[in-house]
Ligand binder design. Structure first.
Ligand code: ATP
Ligand code: MG
Length: 420
């Protein structure tokens, strides 16, 4: 039996990275007043049709959609923002505060060709700052993304930023771009030819060299931005500089989803082939209203955790958490003492393993040594009969007999001695 193409088991040797990420982001986001939400993986297909946009890659060819037994059109969420916007509206979260700062982490689903850093079930961490149109909100979310990367010891990345203006500016620009590109239609790459009809803005994104050359002589989005858009962008750039966050203005950066306006940004790393974007985000002032909620200008981003972990694995040597105490025990009828010891070790939150192999005490002690435990508790027949535990410090070979009634104090001492 194999897992489905593009899906992957996350096994114990990798899970430590996932736990580390959760720990780090939970701490940072809590400090920054962001609250975690967990929305369902299943949503009505309509949610994504109405938010992401019909002519995007996601809606066009990547969604996992099906009808359920009740004939409803369901989609496995391909991204997080639409679900967060839906949750905000259906739970009326906007009534309790003017600004909602939310974050999420969970699996997303897109039917794509699996490659390194590209899966069909993958995970995103995302944050959404909902309810402010200030450039300061854009800076806040970007600053947090960078903070998370730094905390995870990821240093080689580049922040690319652009402004895609407001809808009116973009429509005007898109029309002119279309007129210009129509003249070169046959010279464009296949994807761009298709986009020329339904989503010309995305042509800017093309990796094709010839297409890029044609674009170089065409109309520039920046020239279509009016004073308000330009001011917003300038403020974002200025504040990034003030925060000493390096950025690179990429005139051709447009995001793959329809709902963005003003600021768009991506964080890219060197390497991992084409899949080098680890974080993508931007401002989406119209989305929540478009979905039937109140007007709530918002900004946010999403990070691909698989891509993050590929780099973390190369960088971060996580120290393996070794079992401190190994409990060797002989096959005795009365297991009261064993459970008493287990409960006590547990009380002091020490890492332990109870032997359940049914092999000889000697073999069990050998195992304790093999896995690098510090201490072996030995509970044999004599120990049970005379109510004591043999405690062997494996590094020095020192062995002591500790009466069961004193074991609590002894484990407390172990805990203390490990700290110092
Ligand atoms: P790409 O251009 O690589 O397909 P995208 O623009 O479709 O990315 P977004 O929708 O912006 O991606 O999602 C944000 C982040 O989620 C991406 O930057 C990436 O790190 C991650 N991501 C997106 N799709 C996948 C996937 N299929 N597998 C793994 N990670 C993904
Ligand atoms: Mg994609």
């Amino acid at each position: 039996m194999q897992p489905l193409r593009g899906t992957k088991d996350i096994l114990p040797n990798e899970i430590r990275h996932w736990q580390k990420i959760y720990q780090v982001v939970n701490k940072i986001l809590t400090h920054n007043n962001y609250q975690e939400v967990r929305t369902p993986i299943l949503e009505n297909t309509e949610l994504f049709l109405r938010s992401i946009g019909n002519f995007t890659d996601i809606v066009n060819k990547e969604m996992y959609s099906f009808s359920d037994r009740g004939g409803r059109n369901i989609t496995l969420r391909p991204e997080g923002t639409a679900s967060i916007a839906r949750a905000l509206i259906s739970n009326k979260l906007y009534l309790s505060s003017k600004i909602n700062r939310l974050w999420y982490l969970g699996p997303m689903f897109r039917y794509e060709r699996p490659q390194k850093g590209r899966q069909r079930q993958f995970h995103q961490l995302g944050i959404e700052c909902i309810g402010s149109s200030m450039p300061r909100a854009d800076i806040e979310v970007i600053r947090i993304a960078i903070k998370i990367l730094k905390q995870l010891k990821l240093e080689e990345w580049r922040l690319e930023i652009n402004s895609i203006g407001n809808l009116a500016e973009r429509i005007k620009y898109t029309n002119h771009l279309k007129l210009y590109l129509n003249k070169y239609e046959n010279d464009l790459d296949e994807d761009s030819q298709r986009r020329l009809k339904d989503n010309p803005l995305r042509i800017l994104d093309s990796k094709n060299i010839k297409t890029q050359e044609i674009l170089n002589y065409g109309p520039k989005l920046r020239e279509y931005l009016e004073i308000e858009s330009l001011k917003h962008f300038e403020e974002v750039c200025n504040d990034l500089s003030k925060l000493s966050i390096n950025y690179y203005i990429n005139d051709k950066l447009v995001r793959g989803l329809d709902y963005y306006n003003y600021t768009a940004f991506e964080i890219k790393t060197k390497g991992i082939n084409e899949q080098n974007t680890i974080c993508g985000g931007g401002r989406y002032d119209g989305l929540i209203k478009q979905l039937g909620g109140p007007y709530k200008p918002s900004v946010g981003w999403a990070m691909g955790l698989e891509r993050l972990i590929i780099i973390m694995k190369e960088k971060l040597e996580l120290v393996e958490n070794k079992k401190v105490i190994y409990i060797a025990n002989s096959n005795i009828n009365n297991s009261d003492t064993i459970w008493q010891i287990v409960n006590t070790i547990d009380k002091y939150q020490l890492h332990f393993e109870l032997d359940i192999s049914n092999s000889s005490l000697n073999k069990q002690i050998k195992k304790a040594n093999q896995i690098g435990s510090k201490i072996c508790f030995i509970i044999g027949n004599d120990e049970i009969l005379n109510k004591y535990i043999t405690i062997k410090w494996l590094e020095t070979g020192t062995q002591q007999k500790v009466p069961v009634c004193k074991i609590d104090n002894y484990i407390k001492y172990i805990k203390f001695s490990l700290k110092t």
